[in-house]
Write a protein that binds this ligand. Structure first.
Ligand code: ATP
Ligand code: MG
Length: 429
C-alpha cells in the first residue's frame, strides 16, 4: 500500500542548513548588539493562556479576532501559540515580581511567533521575531534608545536604505482625542471603507489607519488630522526627534502611523524597506504604558520593538558576506585508509571534538581521492591522513590545506597542533 507523504504545514518553512547559518549569524549579531545596549536575554514559553493576548492586544485586534492559534488543551484550558512576545514578556515581568526586585529592566528575546494569516511572500503562519522591551520607565530617551538599537542592528545585519516612520499617539487623553478626530474625519466616507474597516469604525477606529486595502488607503491619505497632542506629549515627541537627529537616524513623521494592537500609547514607529515587496515592514514598535497595569501589574511605562527575521533576510543584499562570517571556523577532515586506520581515526575525532575542534571523517570507506575531494568541499583547513604505515609508526600526516605543506605528527601531539589556531566552531554549520 502506498504511504502518503507528510508535508510541512501551509505557511511554515524549513530552514535548511545553508540558510540556517545565516539565521544563526543574524541572531548572534542581534544578541551582541542588544547586550552592548544593556538588554539581557529572556526566554518565555511559546504556549500561553489565550486570555493574555485577548487582554493585552485587545479583543478587537486582528491578532485576537482572526489570527490567533488557540485551542483547548486536555484540561479544557484555552491556550494558544503566542502571536507575539511583548505580552508574554510583561506577564513574565509581573509573575516573577521584577517590579519589586529590579523595577526597571531591559530585555531581549528571539523566537517563533504564530499567526493564522493568508500565507504569501513575507507573511507566514510561523514566523520569527527578535525584539527588545525596556520596562519600568516613561523616559523618552528609551524610545530613542530602542530606535537607535534597531537601526544599529539593521546596519550590522547589512540592511541599508530603510526608513523609520514615527508618530506619537500621545497620552490616554490625546489618544481619545485622536480617535474622535479620525471618527469625525472618516464619517462622510464610512460607506466606502472596506467591510473590516466599517466594523473597526465602531470597535477599533485607530486600526482603520493601518488598513492595507487600496480604497481605504486613499480615503485615509485624504483626511486631515491636525495636532492632537498635549504640550507634554508634544515636547516628548520633539525631544525624540532631536535625539534621533543627533544620532544621524533618518526618519519621517507620519501622523497616520498607528499600531494594530490596543496597548500602544505615546511614541510608535515602524521601519520599512524598499527592498521588500508588498509586505515592506521590517520592524515595528512603540510605547505601551498601560499594558502592565492592564495585565494586573504595576502602573509603569515601557517601550520596545519587534523585527521580523524572514523579512530581514529578504532585505539583506549581501547574504554571502554574512554566510562567510560563519564559515571561518577551522575544520579538520580526517582521512583513513583501511579498516584498522578507520577505527583509529574515529578515536582521533573523539579526542579533537572534546577539545572543541570541529572535525569529521568519511564513514563509507571511499577512496583517498574521494575523501580529499570531500575535504575540499567542506573547506577543511587541515587534513589528517592515517594509513597502515602511519598506524604502525604511531603517527599521522597533517596537511595544511592553505599551502599544501605536510608533516608527520605523533598521535598524542595532534590536538596540540591546533592550539595556536583560532577556533570558531560555534557557527560552523
Ligand atoms: P504587518 O503590518 O506586516 O501585518 P504587523 O503590524 O502585524 O505587521 P507586528 O505585530 O508589529 O507586525 O510585528 C513586527 C514585525 O514582525 C513586522 O514588522 C514584520 O516584519 C514581522 N511580521 C509580522 N507578521 C508576520 C508574518 N505573518 N510573517 C512574517 N513576518 C511577520
Ligand atoms: Mg499583521
Amino acid at each position: 500500500m502506498a504511504v502518503n507523504k507528510v508535508n510541512r504545514l501551509k505557511g511554515t518553512q524549513d530552514i535548511m542548513p545553508d540558510e540556517a547559518c545565516l539565521w544563526q549569524e543574524i541572531e548572534d549579531i542581534a544578541r551582541d548588539t542588544a547586550l552592548t545596549y544593556g538588554y539581557r536575554l529572556i526566554r518565555t514559553p511559546i504556549i500561553e493562556e489565550t486570555a493574555l493576548f485577548a487582554r493585552s492586544s485587545g479583543e478587537e485586534s486582528d491578532i485576537v479576532k482572526k489570527q490567533i492559534y488557540s485551542f483547548p488543551d486536555q484540561g479544557g484550558r484555552d491556550i494558544c501559540l503566542r502571536p507575539e512576545a511583548t505580552a508574554s514578556v510583561c506577564r513574565a515581568y509581573i509573575e516573577n515580581h521584577i517590579d519589586k526586585a529590579e523595577g526597571f529592566v531591559k530585555l531581549f528575546y528571539s523566537g517563533p511567533m504564530f499567526r493564522s494569516e493568508r500565507p504569501q511572500a513575507g507573511r507566514y503562519r510561523q514566523f520569527h521575531q527578535i525584539g527588545v522591551e525596556a520596562i519600568g520607565s516613561y523616559s523618552v530617551y528609551l524610545d530613542a534608545e530602542v530606535i537607535m538599537l534597531l537601526d544599529d542592528m539593521l546596519k550590522r545585519f547589512g540592511v541599508f536604505g530603510h526608513v523609520f516612520h514615527i508618530n506619537s499617539l500621545g497620552c490616554a487623553k490625546d489618544k481619545s482625542a485622536i480617535k474622535a478626530r479620525i471618527r469625525q474625519a472618516l464619517k462622510p466616507s464610512l460607506n466606502s471603507l472596506c467591510p473590516d474597516c466599517r466594523r473597526r469604525y465602531d470597535t477599533n477606529i485607530l486600526r482603520v489607519l493601518d488598513c492595507k486595502a487600496p480604497a481605504c488607503r486613499d480615503i485615509i491619505a485624504d483626511i486631515k488630522l491636525g495636532n492632537t497632542l498635549c504640550r507634554e506629549c508634544e515636547q516628548g515627541f520633539s525631544t525624540l526627534q532631536r535625539l534621533l537627529q543627533n544620532a544621524c537616524i533618518e526618519y519621517a513623521v507620519d501622523d497616520r502611523l498607528v499600531r494594530g494592537l490596543d496597548y500602544y500609547t505615546g511614541i510608535v514607529f515602524e521601519v520599512t524597506s524598499s527592498a521588500l515587496g508588498a509586505q515592506d515592514a521590517l520592524a515595528a514598535g512603540g510605547r505601551y504604558d498601560n499594558l502592565l497595569s492592564d495585565l494586573a501589574g504595576p502602573r509603569i511605562g515601557a517601550t520596545g520593538f519587534a523585527l521580523g527575521l524572514e523579512r530581514i533576510i529578504q532585505a539583506i543584499k549581501d547574504k554571502d558576506a554574512l554566510k562567510t562570517r560563519g564559515s571561518e571556523a577551522l575544520k579538520v577532515f580526517v582521512i583513513s585508509l583501511g579498516g584498522a586506520a578507520r577505527e583509529k581515526c574515529f578515536y582521533i575525532l573523539s579526542v579533537l571534538r572534546k577539545k572543541g575542534i570541529a572535525c569529521d571523517m568519511d564513514y563509507e570507506s571511499r577512496s583517498f581521492k574521494a575523501q580529499m575531494r570531500h575535504a575540499n568541499k567542506v573547506n577543511a583547513g587541515f587534513v589528517v591522513i592515517v594509513g597502515d604505515e602511519e598506524l604502525a609508526g604511531g603517527e599521522c600526516i597533517l596537511k595544511d590545506m592553505k599551502d599544501s605543506s605536510q608533516r608527520r605528527i605523533p598521535f598524542d601531539g595532534l590536538a596540540g597542533e591546533f592550539n595556536s589556531v583560532k577556533m570558531r566552531t560555534k557557527r560552523n554549520a
